[in-house]
Write a protein that binds this ligand. Sequence first.
Ligand code: MG
Length: 182
Amino acid sequence: MDRLVPVFDLDGTLLDSDDALVAPFLALGVAREDITFGHTLAHECDRLGLEVQDYLDHYDPTAAEPFAGAHELLAGLERWAVCSNKHASSGVAELARLGWEPEVALFADAFGGAGKSLAPVLDHLGLDAAQVVYVGDTDHDRRCAAAVGCRFVWAGWNPRARPVPGDEVLRRPGDLVGVLAP
Ligand SMILES: [Mg+2]
């Protein structure tokens, strides 16, 4: 069996981005406890009665730093991809800023407003579900993996991760290397 190819969620998985994501909502007058994670920006703005453009005008794509060990992990990977609900304009900017070059990076605009799906990522990679592992930090990510039938591991380095018994949880980004090994 070949090595598994990792597909990553971006915010909260590779990027320690909660504060950067929350800041525009706070600036627009939303209470912190009303903000949720794991949805498309359009969905969350709609739910909170905000315009996406107003959010983006307040969003700083240079504010979030990678989780410790994420950069080193990615540097050692031959193939990897990103599947994220992040708005494409900020997602592409973040990847460029960090010098990260995934083979495939699909953001919210690639999924027709329906929320992200791993199916088109697999198509772009030319792989089937048994050949990848999805790494994420929300229950929505977990369900995305289940929807295509691929393995899922939690980014357990994010304290907001809420695995359920039986889930695979990684403590550090570098621990993924052991998951990928054939
Ligand atoms: Mg996330």
